[in-house]
Write a protein that binds this ligand. Structure first.
Ligand SMILES: Cc1cc2nc3c(=O)[nH]c(=O)nc-3n(C[C@H](O)[C@H](O)[C@H](O)COP(=O)(O)OP(=O)(O)OC[C@H]3O[C@@H](n4cnc5c(N)ncnc54)[C@H](O)[C@@H]3O)c2cc1C
Length: 773
């Protein structure tokens, strides 16, 4: 008997039987989520031995000349048109001219190819547009984001029939149609696949013709652009009780395009998401009839809706919210560095206080890291990869880190950031954070189930093959496939264990790394931890199997480790791609020191809480014999990062590149006032130092003592005036606020009618349901 048959029949077969019970079984929706998209650098990390040459050789994302011009032209113009304060607090909508501009300049058609009249932009260009808009108005940015993200446009491009593409895409590109997508409903949020919205295949009359179609009943809520949409991409569960399109009763989740003018469709009511007034609301349909060919992709795609959605999400999730978050962090670095520099307390710029530096350093490093990861992920998407795990990591991590950066920025600004009014440039971002955390997969569930849970199966070199072999209806074929995958897995695990052990006990000293100057040591540490991660994952899957899915705290910690590895790689790559700028080194050091400390703490937590104790002891011995030892960035690194954003410099410009800068003449724009004060304060620094050395505080006295010249006194006074204007906040007369909108602040403009008089609050249940209650 050949060795291979002996191995299969006498060794693999019993393991095959055991594994049938031990390995995670996939639900239909999980399988579809896992099969959607593909893998990229995440898979390299899972091997435990990432190939650094491959990472560094991967071409960075670039803009074409046309994309560059769009950013400098229409995007800049749009930013100038939007007055975020009035939009949110007075008009509760973008003004008509902004809507018209968004449509005519094809902001809703960035992903639609030119052949259909769209802009045909790269993912990176799309991301850059969202990034810039986000630093001007979250409302404008979300409005532009949605049609280019998970919605009819993307779904039609990926799955639409030729007729659907030829009809809908040019209309969407011209802005004649406003799309939205309805997936979640009151009962089904994170567990969207449990939706109760239904479609029943039946005969009916559509525009005077008898045809086979679908009778729809649904109730969706929180749908962005929903209140004004002309076409609704709808997810529902399709049934075919009369077997008009096949032989199955329950066909499953299906996606269709529903024109919102059809009888039975109700749209128009609005939610007010954290008072960021982008169009968002509930919608519902009662006995709405659509022809069967309104299914996206035609009748052949009936029942494949979940897979289509996951596939569209695999790309979209890596762009919209990561771009907004990277913008948020860069904006925080820009304004908080400037504000800390100009704001004085105890006769000292607050930027000089160590406790403020601690926050400034973290903001600066977060801005560096998020933009690094955004660029690297966009480069992968532009290289036609759809790495679903990477984009889930980006969504979860970018929004969480933006949350910390925004909170730090708020704290450093104190009352200045709390008082609402046209002069407040942080309030909208602060209110927007929970939205970013919640949409496109709420972060808690993303961290617990998606980043690692799906990642482990999707990216592991052998696991998916093993699961597929176990689920193969042809048992003999399954056993053969399992035999191959399993023994390759055993070999891989043995090598990984040796690697992890060697690298842990030597402190990563000899782990592989490219020659990357002062960052080489960080590559070594990442090589070390990637091996430890691969081994820990293998042992966890082996001993916990399907139960790992329910051990969300363990899974989430593995998700954190994987995320830290990915983001650290992005920071190192950015530094390399940008020509290894010496001034930026503290930022890279901060990112890596913080990441490595988190990784070590998470490993420690996994080991301390791992339910199978002998495995925990083995892991301790093999991957973390001396416990967590890193403490995060040193105070020196933190100070150097903080210093980068409190003075004008090329490094500061690199960090805050391509944000929207309002014109200096915009005297009511908080950022314009801040930028002016910052520039004047920095320019007057030497004069102030001279006064300080002479121990004189009063400008006129300093002139009399000839410590400074009269010209310098003028310069100092205009800097002081600019600072006073920049730290000012709005106040309102009581009559401006009483029973009316918050008005236009202290500039005395008339107020609009109050929200309460225009949008009477009711439950978001459809009228029929309310009546029934
Ligand atoms: C401003 C805004 C715009 C939106 N736009 C759209 C849109 O255009 N189209 C659309 O279809 N939907 C949209 N949504 C809906 C959004 O996708 C859902 O809000 C989101 O999926 C979360 O659902 P939920 O709010 O019902 O929270 P729930 O699902 O009730 O979740 C509550 C909490 O439980 C956590 N949780 C749930 N399950 C688990 C688990 N297994 N393990 C651990 N934690 C878990 C979640 O992470 C969350 O923290 C929008 C929502 C908002 C707020």
């Amino acid at each position: 008997m050949a060795y291979s048959s002996f191995r299969r029949d006498y060794l693999t077969k019993p393991i095959f039987r055991l594994a049938l019970h031990a390995l995670p079984r996939l639900s239909a929706t999980e399988r579809e989520a896992i099969e959607a998209g593909d893998v990229w650098w995440d898979a390299d990390l899972f091997t435990g031995n990432p190939d650094w040459t491959k990472l560094l050789a991967f071409a960075p994302a670039k803009l074409s000349e046309e994309e560059r011009q769009f950013l400098a032209g229409p995007v800049e113009e749009l930013c100038r048109m939007v007055d975020d304060w009035k939009v949110n607090w007075r008009w509760h909508d973008l003004p008509p001219e902004v809507w018209a501009f968004l449509k005519s300049r094809k902001f809703f058609a960035m992903i639609i190819p030119k052949q259909y009249g769209g802009l045909g932009f790269s993912h990176y260009a799309h991301s850059e547009v969202i990034r810039k808009l986000s630093t001007c108005s979250i409302c404008a940015s979300v409005t532009a984001m949605v049609p280019n993200s998970l919605g009819p446009g993307e779904l039609l491009l990926q799955f639409g029939t030729k007729e659907q593409q030829d009809y809908w895409l040019p209309r969407l590109a011209r802005g004649e149609e406003i799309p939205c997508f309805g997936l979640t409903s009151p009962e089904a949020g994170s567990d969207a696949a449990s939706m109760v919205d239904t479609g029943v295949v039946c005969r009916g009359t559509f525009e005077g013709h008898d045809c086979v179609g679908i009778g729809l009943n649904w109730h969706k809520r929180y749908i962005t652009l929903g209140p004004i949409a002309t076409v609704l991409g709808l997810a529902f569960k399709l049934r075919d009780p009369e077997h008009l399109i096949g032989d199955r009763d329950d066909i499953g989740i299906t996606l269709a395009l529903v024109p919102t003018h059809l009888p039975g469709v109700s749209i128009g009511r609005r939610h007010l998401p954290a008072m960021l007034v982008f169009q968002n609301g509930p919608n519902w349909g009662r006995d709405v009839f659509i022809p069967i060919d309104y299914i996206i992709g035609g009748v052949g795609q009936a029942g494949k809706g979940w897979k289509m959605l996951m596939s569209a999400l695999a790309a979209g999730r890596g762009i919209s919210l990561p771009s907004l978050s990277a913008a948020g962090a860069a904006f925080c670095a820009h304004v908080t560095g400037a504000y800390a520099r100009i704001r004085e307390q105890f006769h000292v710029s607050i930027s000089k206080f160590e406790a403020i530096e601690e926050r400034l350093g973290r903001i600066a490093a977060t801005a560096y890291l998020l933009d690094a990861a955004r660029r690297m992920t966009c480069a992968a998407l532009d290289d036609c990869r759809h790495p679903a795990v990477v984009t889930a990591i980006m969504k979860g991590q970018a929004t969480e880190r933006m949350r910390v950066a925004v909170a730090d920025a708020m704290d450093v600004h104190g009352g200045k950031a709390i008082m609402e009014g046209p002069l407040n440039y942080l309030g909208s971002l602060y209110r927007g954070v929970p939205i970013a955390i919640t949409v496109e997969g709420a972060n808690i569930v993303t961290r617990a189930l998606i980043q690692f849970g799906q990642g482990a199966i999707r990216c592991h070199p052998y696991l998916l093959k093993e699961i597929q072999a176990l689920e193969d209806a042809d048992r003999a074929g399954g056993l053969d496939a399992f035999d191959k995958a399993f023994w390759a897995h055993v070999g891989h695990s043995f090598v990984t264990a040796m690697r992890a052990w060697g690298r842990a006990w030597s402190g990563g000293l000899f782990a592989p790394a490219p020659a990357a100057g002062p960052t080489t040591k960080y590559y070594r540490q990442l090589s070390r931890h990637a091996a430890a991660f691969a081994l820990a994952v293998d042992l966890s899957l082996l001993t916990l199997g399907g139960a790992l899915k329910r051990k969300e705290m363990i899974s989430a910690r593995f998700g954190d480790i994987l995320s830290e590895l990915y983001l650290s790689c992005a920071a190192l790559k950015r530094w390399n791609d940008e020509g290894r700028q010496c001034d930026d080194l503290p930022l890279v050091q901060y990112c890596l020191e913080a990441s490595l400390a988190t990784i070590e703490v998470r490993f420690d937590e996994v080991i301390a809480n791992f339910p199978v104790r002998p495995v925990a002891w083995l892991l301790r011995l093999l991957i973390q014999p001396f416990g967590p030892r890193r403490r995060g960035p040193s105070d020196r690194i933190v100070e150097r990062c903080a210093a980068l954003i409190v003075s004008p410099s090329a490094a500061r410009d690199r960090l805050t590149v391509d944000l929207y800068h309002p014109a200096a003449t915009e005297t009511e724009h908080g950022v314009a006032l801040l930028e002016r004060a910052f520039a004047l304060t920095a320019a007057a620094e030497q004069i102030r130092e001279r006064m300080h050395a002479a121990r004189v505080r009063d400008i006129d006295q300093a002139v009399q003592q000839r410590t400074i010249t009269t010209d310098e006194a003028v310069q100092l006074k205009s800097a002081a005036e600019a600072v006073a204007a920049a730290v000012a906040v709005n106040d309102f007369a009581p009559e401006e606020l009483a029973a009316r909108g918050a008005g236009a602040g202290n500039k005395g403009e008339p107020s609009s009618p109050a929200i309460s008089s225009t949008l009477l609050p009711t439950s978001d249940l459809p009228p029929q349901t309310q009546a029934a209650e």
